[in-house]
Design a protein. Structure first.
Length: 385
């Protein structure tokens, strides 16, 4: 760790690369540096590594190798899913509507906005309740023959809530519409079975689960057509041009192996620590609310709002006290506006501007949380407007 005195509570933002992952990646920088598209031995070696990685990731998601597309990050996976499917569906069926929730990550939200503003699609929202859970009955009513794609986040990065993905998937299948889910947070913690959950497309990004930054994957069910966003060579069956980032892809697969091995043990530990943290924060600070669902949430994720508190100032004060936390959304300095997600779950501005996200991971201990609970009340007081 960079600084042993500092405590890292921001595992939803990113995680350190696991030792096994780094070790698996190293040979592919210098020794086995070949281009997977080359015919010769160097190329074959690299291609072998890519296909082995693809197979490991496919196995993890219970899908076929040919249904995995490597991308440059979780954001790119979301872009390829939404743009790729929306453009292909419009071309073949004339569908022109994008249906998302108001609690999507910006990688989905801003992509849908661009499809509206630049590409001429319509964008519509299905509402969420106060926990950020999508209303499946409303979803059923909003889908029609002109809906090109539905995209709903699996585990929320900001408020931790886990959506009823299986019901959403069934609803989309019943209405014959393509369903994408952003599982960039969820994949690290939940056992996902895309077939059982009726998921057509699913995004992951390696750096959220102890893999390297700058590599991701998109699962795309066979027979769903997409138009590539990055055009170029014939890599990834022509759906994503560009020479493969071999070491990072190998690293992502190794990180998948690591989490699938350790996930169930870690989950129980995280849930216990998370609930200890939530209880400590709620009972020690007045005018506090947990955001997101109290139990149906990511195992490592706790998020709060404090009334009348300057959330950005709180983060700075916590950092000075040695704790790296987040507000949950991209901080806006200057004239801060509450995040779209906190708006969507019905929080007023004086609550929503005082948000705090604390996310746990491999190196989190109970002692760290005890220390945090001890200093937090006074820090929140200092950040009160
Ligand atoms: C981090 C994150 C992304 C973006 O992934 P990158 O690999 O950083 O581009 C997308 N969606 C969610 C829910 C995330 O948490």
């Amino acid at each position: 760790m960079v600084n042993n005195k500092k405590i890292y509570f921001d595992y939803a933002a990113t995680t350190p690369v696991h030792d096994d992952v780094l070790r698996a990646m190293m040979p592919y920088f210098q020794q086995d540096f070949g281009n997977p598209s080359s015919i010769h031995a160097w190329g074959q070696e690299a291609e072998g590594a890519i296909e082995k990685s693809r197979s490991q990731i496919a196995h993890f998601l219970h899908v076929e190798e040919s249904e995995i597309i490597f991308t440059g990050c979780g954001t790119e996976s979301d872009n390829l899913a939404l743009k790729g499917v929306a453009l292909a569906r419009r071309k073949t069926t004339g569908a022109y509507k994008i249906l998302i929730s108001p609690v999507e990550h910006h990688a989905v939200f801003h992509t849908a906005q661009q499809l509206r503003d630049v590409f001429g699609f319509e964008m519509d929202f299905v509402s969420v309740n106060k926990y950020g859970l999508v209303d499946v009955d409303e979803l059923a009513k909003k889908i029609d023959s002109k809906t090109a794609i539905v995209s709903i986040i699996y585990g929320n990065n900001e408020i931790g809530t886990i959506n009823p993905i299986k019901q959403i998937g069934e609803c989309c299948r019943d209405h014959n519409v393509v369903f994408h889910t952003d599982a960039v947070q969820a994949a690290a913690h939940l056992a996902i079975d895309v077939v059982d959950e009726n998921i057509d497309l699913l995004s992951i990004g390696a750096h959220k689960f102890y893999g390297p930054k700058g590599v991701g994957a998109l699962y795309c069910r066979k027979n769903i057509s997409m138009i590539p966003v990055i055009t170029g060579g014939k890599q990834e069956r022509g759906l994503r041009g560009g020479t493969h980032n071999v070491p990072y892809i190998v690293g992502m697969a190794e990180a998948i192996n690591f989490i699938s091995r350790e996930r169930s043990n870690n989950s129980d530990r995280y849930i216990e620590l998370r609930d200890f943290l939530i209880e400590g924060v709620i009972s020690n600070i007045k005018k506090t609310r947990l955001t997101g669902h109290p139990t149906n949430r990511l195992p490592n994720h706790a998020s709060f709002v404090f009334q009348g508190v300057d959330g950005n100032l709180l983060l700075i004060l916590l950092d000075q006290a040695g704790f790296a936390c987040s507000s949950g959304s991209a901080c806006k300095t200057g004239n801060p506006e509450p995040s779209e997600v906190l708006n969507a779950i019905g929080l007023s501005k004086d609550w929503a501007l005082g948000s705090l996200r604390v996310t746990l991971g491999l190196f989190t201990t109970r002692e760290q949380i005890e220390q945090f609970i001890k200093i937090l009340p006074n820090t929140v007081l200092q950040a009160t407007k």
